[in-house]
Design a protein. Structure first.
Lengths: 343, 253
């Protein structure tokens, strides 16, 4: 008689919020230029207007660190929520924007935009990334489903194909790029929060908020979908329209995140999985707790990226992949065991 | 109030194979209709067709005179519940959570009470905090039935509900199904065991190669001649000392 182990929701909520607050403060204070906690509080109290007594700390905080932290929070939450929804609609814990190729599609959009010079236009690259991400989301959806089902193998193989194609396009871009473009291309394919500006934050926040608010309405339906398409239909769910809407939300969240920061893999895989172990699979709680943890994990990864080899900065996508890929392998093994093979 | 499901002249074709050929049936609340026939006769297809699972090549299915194919899915889900043969649940939901999913078409103040009583009735209340994946096949079948019961519909369509149960579990399960009928619900069940159909069903429908070859009271319909023809096996019907009919394959010595 082994009951499911679940941690109480209030305890988890308090812990996640506290963890996020601490991580935010730590991220604001740490980096190439250290700001002490007392300075930090004083600078926040001063507000964004110029303070002549401590100009460097003030500028670092308001112009560099804060937008970066805000962007990390929004992007991390978006990727985690996108992961939750994608796993729910494909009924598979291995689905996430990066493994199935949605992030790579967005990166390809961005890279093509850079090479053809669309980066001269305001937000040209971001819009291209958004289109690339949405197109690849649609592609994954169409290719990986047959007879109304998504086979695990097909899903993962579709991801491999899209990722390989993206790799080729990015490789080609690297080949033809000049020095300036090369830096941009590297940014999109490896992912970084280093170019966070208030402008980028301003673009991502509305899209992310919209995506997350809409996702809340899927919570109950995603639970029911776990029974399978037919049983869900028998319970009154319009499965295909719901799936299509949910896919659109994933495209919105993942593409806007990648458009702001480049490809950051595995956050959308790792975070929903951890929350599912802690709280159980009910999507009502999974969605917002995953958003909190996604923000924290992304902040921590970015902190590691900025400080490990300081003053040099690692690409964020490299850090998340270093942690995420082994985790993905473990997950692959356990999923395989529980499903009795892949056939 | 009676609820009636009527299927008229059902025709289902897939890739040139005719799965159902001009099958008609009617089920009212207060009836236990068993759908019988050999493997491949079209039993599950018939159940899927009356559930509204797929578009029909021909014919109509209606509940209380509304066409199932155009009915609002939620309205339909409040009229009939479906128990599929076996389901794989993709995440580690607990038994209680799964039974509660049966309430999705309602979501009202009765939810907790209905979930509770469905779990009691199927004897899965003690399992409610366990995850579905850790249960035995028989327990999983009972949990799925509890979910269907929590849906609280006048009609229940069950596809081989007893296939994975042992003889004791099967008896208890069918007694529950029969008690639902006595309460005024209607049950359609695809069954393999002819003796079970004989004892529990108020009416049987026998399918053979996609056609309905017999329908009516089990005692009159299930004759050695019909069964021997349909199953390609000599079958005899004998009567026990208590007066119960028993269906047996003929023994080749």
């Amino acid at each position: 008689m082994s009951n499911a182990r679940r941690t109480s929701l209030p305890a988890v909520a308090v812990f996640l919020v506290a963890l996020l607050v601490v991580t935010v403060l730590l991220s604001l204070a740490s980096g190439a230029f250290q700001i002490s906690l007392s300075d930090l509080l004083r600078i926040i109290g001063d507000g964004p207007q110029r303070n002549l007594t401590d100009e460097v700390a003030h500028n670092v905080f308001w112009q560099v660190r804060l937008p970066r932290v805000v962007l990390a929070v929004v992007v991390g939450a978006s990727l985690a929520v996108a992961g939750v929804i994608m796993q729910g609609i494909f009924r598979n814990p291995l689905a996430e924007p990066a493994t199935v190729g949605v992030s790579a599609g967005a990166a390809v959009g961005a890279v093509i935009a850079i090479i053809v010079g669309l980066n001269q236009l305001p937000l040209g690259v971001q819009i291209a990334a958004f289109i690339g991400g949405t197109l690849s989301t649609a592609l994954v959806y169409v290719l990986s489903r047959s007879d109304g089902k998504t086979e695990v193998v097909t899903l993962i193989l579709t991801g491999i194909a899209i990722n390989a194609f993206a790799g080729a396009v990015i490789g080609f871009a690297v080949f033809v790029a000049d020095d300036d473009e090369l830096r941009s291309v590297t940014f999109w394919s490896l992912g970084t929060l280093g170019l966070a500006t208030w402008k980028a934050v301003g673009v991502v926040i509305p899209l992310a908020l919209l995506g997350m608010l809409v996702s809340a309405k899927f919570a109950r339906v995603l639970d029911t979908l776990a029974l399978g398409d037919r049983p869900a239909t028998h319970l009154g769910v319009r499965v295909e329209p719901v799936r299509l809407q949910a896919i659109a939300v994933v495209g919105l969240l993942a593409s806007s995140a990648v458009a702001a920061t480049g490809m950051i893999a595995f956050v959308g895989l790792l975070v929903p999985h951890i929350m599912r172990i802690v709280l159980g699979p009910r999507h009502r709680h999974l969605l917002w707790t995953a958003a909190l943890l996604g923000a924290t994990v992304t902040l921590l990864a970015d902190l590691a990226a900025r400080t490990l080899l300081s003053p040099a900065e690692l690409p964020l996508g490299v850090v998340t992949a270093l942690i995420g890929a082994p985790f993905f392998l473990l997950l692959l093994r356990s999923t395989r065991r529980s499903q009795g093979g892949w056939a | 109030m009676t609820t009636t499901i009527v299927a008229k002249n059902l025709l289902v074709k897939r890739a040139n194979a005719v799965l159902l050929d001009d099958v008609s049936m009617e089920v009212n609340t207060g009836e236990f209709v068993a759908v019988l026939g050999p493997n491949g006769a079209g039993k599950s297809t018939l159940l899927g067709a009356i559930s509204g699972d797929f578009p029909l090549t021909g014919g109509t299915v209606s509940i209380n005179d509304s066409d199932v194919s155009t009915m609002n899915p939620k309205t339909l889900a409040r009229l009939r519940a479906v128990l599929p043969q076996q389901i794989a649940i993709s995440f580690p939901f607990t038994v209680r959570e799964i039974v509660a999913m049966g309430r999705s078409p309602w979501l009202d103040s009765n939810d907790d009470e209905r979930v509770e009583s469905a779990m009691q009735r199927l004897e899965v209340a003690s399992l409610q905090k366990r995850t579905y994946q850790t249960l035995s096949v028989g327990e999983q079948a009972r949990v799925s039935m509890a979910r269907v019961l929590a849906q609280d519909t006048p009609l229940l369509l069950l596809d081989e509900p007893t296939a994975v149960l042992d003889i004791g579990q099967q008896e208890r399960f069918l007694a529950i199904a029969r008690s639902l009928v006595d309460e005024g619900r209607g049950v359609v069940a695809v069954l393999h065991d002819l003796n079970v159909a004989m004892r529990f069903a108020t009416r049987v429908i026998v399918l053979h190669e996609g056609r309905c070859v017999a329908s009516g009271d089990p005692q009159t319909v299930l004759t050695p001649a019909l069964l021997s023809n349909v199953y390609h096996q000599n079958i005899q019907v004998t009567t026990t000392t208590e007066g119960r009919s028993v269906i047996l394959p003929e023994h080749h010595a």
